[in-house]
Ligand binder design. Structure first.
Ligand SMILES: [Zn+2]
Length: 177
């Protein structure tokens, strides 16, 4: 495991630490100062993970080894999170403010994949962000009727921690493969 000799002064405090839940779900990134607080108070422990870096932080009375990855020792506080209701704002947010047909970020509207006139519902699996021109090109028809396709299959937004985890693991993919 590569360890880095660093001075106990500033640069080290620019490092970021990834926090994992008790059951190893990557939750979020925090700065090393917050991580130290969690470690010192026993709310988290350092994790040995792949080639995670370790930093030594010294105070007059104590030396703490902080890993790039730490894990909470207790379960997450149960913060209630509910799937947000279908709304223009939440649809745009889920779709990253991009038209789901052409990728444009301009003149966005909400499109019902299966038109409401054909029984399509106003639900997460049937609404997407669409630019005005894609929306009007599609009109009241079904995708296969006009040869249009969605970039991704629409689904309900996921919990922010899950979204972070998905992104985190994507970033961990080995480069030389
Ligand atoms: Zn478009």
């Amino acid at each position: 495991m590569p360890t880095e000799q660093q001075s106990q002064h500033p640069p080290i405090f620019q490092n970021q630490v990834v926090v994992f839940s008790k059951n190893y779900l990557p939750l979020t990134r925090i700065n090393i100062k917050r991580a130290i607080v969690l470690l010192v108070t026993g709310q988290a422990e350092s994790m040995e993970f792949n080639s995670a870096q370790q930093w030594e932080v010294r105070s007059p009375s104590v030396v703490i080894s902080v890993s790039e990855h730490i894990r909470l020792t207790k379960g997450n506080p149960k913060r209630r999170w509910k799937i947000p209701p279908v709304s223009r704002r939440e649809i745009f947010r889920r779709d990253d403010h991009n038209c789901q047909y052409c990728g444009s970020a301009k003149h966005l509207t909400v499109d019902h994949v299966i038109p409401r006139s054909k029984g399509g519902t106003h639900s997460w699996s049937n609404v997407v962000t669409a630019c005005e021109s894609c929306n009007s090109a599609k009109g009241d028809r079904l995708l296969h009727e006009i040869g249009m396709a969605l970039k991704t299959k629409p689904k309900a937004p996921v919990h922010p921690a899950i979204a972070f985890a998905e992104q985190f693991w994507k970033e961990q993919q080995p480069i030389d493969h």
